[in-house]
Design a protein around this ligand. Structure first.
Ligand SMILES: Nc1ncnc2c1ncn2[C@@H]1O[C@H](COP(=O)(O)OP(=O)(O)OP(=O)(O)O)[C@@H](O)[C@H]1O
Ligand code: NI
Length: 348
């Protein structure tokens, strides 16, 4: 750790719609160090997925009017198509909630993993393949080696009997197995950073835990950085080193997981923690934060959480978000951080 892999600075991503311009991501900054697992957490619609997609330039039909995405020295917001393809080929790999978004139903899982290995070895080949519209054959040894590598990768992500299942098609796999196959495709590229957008949300709890555990092991074994998008604070607590809390397209709080989750210094984080099932007695309905998520149309003023927040003042409604350093690498973008100081800190 210690080397910055990804540095996002003041990222803005917008969508033009008939109803006006949607400000989906509004001035988001964060970093991921090599080998680190960073979580982005927030309610539905807070801009997590748009942030993730913007990193690999999949924001289309949106656009990035402002901000910088520095990945390993490459400015992604200005990179040409070829560079973007190269980064996706072996720098930043993405897995999504819905594996069918990535898996192609007409090719076997094995073929798709092999294809990903080829793309990793030569990102330009991808373009050639698309252009020629025919499969390219390497030497027999190449093909045998890649097939074996695909089998190994399937084993790595926990697909049982990979040597038999390599010829299976995506529809022959269960949801959990598809998610693993997608992870194998991503890992075939030996990425420095894995961007995983709710990779296990659709799966049952046991399978979810297994896959997340696998991601953690791969992070440890390969030193692969991970940016994990989730709305599940439990997942963040278990897996992440640092967390970025987002709301309405903006960062509310950011810091080491053990600090942010035990001593939140932003009312939004506090409310989010209050909504966790563990903090609600049995039989009680799940807490939900009162009030409405603001419309994302048009330029926001003040703190987007102000209308739902018990601490809100005139500053909150009118002034730009302050960036308050509240501890080592712990930042809260709130005017009222002092009111949220933990009791132990007040005593000091
Ligand atoms: N193609 C689009 N056109 C217009 N608005 C969009 C588009 N894609 C996303 N948005 C808007 O951007 C905002 C952020 O959406 P995003 O999908 O990033 O939220 P999220 O935090 O990932 O939520 P979830 O937890 O539900 O996945 C939302 O208000 C959404 O409606
Ligand atoms: Ni999302």
């Amino acid at each position: 750790m210690g080397e910055t892999l990804l540095e996002v600075e003041d990222l803005h991503t917008r969508f033009r719609t008939r109803g006006g311009t949607v400000h989906a991501v509004e001035g988001v900054s964060f970093t991921v160090e090599a080998g680190e697992i960073v979580g982005i957490v927030g309610e539905s619609g807070s801009g997590k997925s748009v942030t993730a997609r913007s990193l690999v330039r999949l924001e289309d039909p949106g656009f990035i009017p402002e901000g910088s995405i520095d990945f390993d020295g490459i400015e992604m917001t200005e990179a040409n198509e070829r560079t973007v393809r190269r980064v996706r080929g072996d720098g930043m790999a993405m897995v999504f909630q819905d594996p069918m978004e990535t898996l192609n139903p007409v090719f076997s899982v094995g073929e798709q993993i092999v294809e990903s290995i080829k793309v990793h070895e030569s990102p330009d080949r991808q373009r050639l393949l698309e252009y020629l519209n025919v499969p390219l054959f390497g030497s027999w040894d190449d093909r045998r080696g890649m097939r074996q590598r695909a089998i190994d990768l399937m084993g790595d992500v926990g697909i049982p009997h990979p040597d038999e299942r390599i010829s299976a098609y995506p529809h022959e796999f269960s949801g959990g197995m598809r998610q693993r196959a997608m992870l194998a495709i991503a890992l075939a590229r030996e990425p420095d950073l894995l961007v995983a957008d709710e990779p296990t949300t659709a799966l049952d709890v046991t399978i979810q835990a297994e896959i997340l555990e696998r991601i953690r092991e791969l992070n440890e074994e390969l030193g692969m950085g991970v940016l994990l998008i989730t709305h599940d604070i439990g997942v963040v607590a278990e897996l992440c080193d640092r967390v970025v809390v987002m709301y309405a397209g903006q960062v509310m709080e950011e810091g080491p997981v053990e600090r942010v989750l035990t001593e939140p210094r932003h009312p939004y984080t506090e409310s989010l923690l209050g909504c966790m099932p563990q903090n609600t007695s049995r039989g009680e309905p799940l807490n939900v934060i009162d009030g409405q998520v603001p419309s994302m149309i048009g330029e926001p003023t003040g703190c987007p959480f102000a209308n739902r927040c018990g601490h809100s003042s005139v500053d909150c409604r009118e002034a730009p978000l302050p960036e308050e350093r509240v501890g080592d690498e712990h930042v809260s973008n709130c005017h009222h951080v002092d009111e949220l100081a933990t009791s132990t800190e007040v005593e000091r």
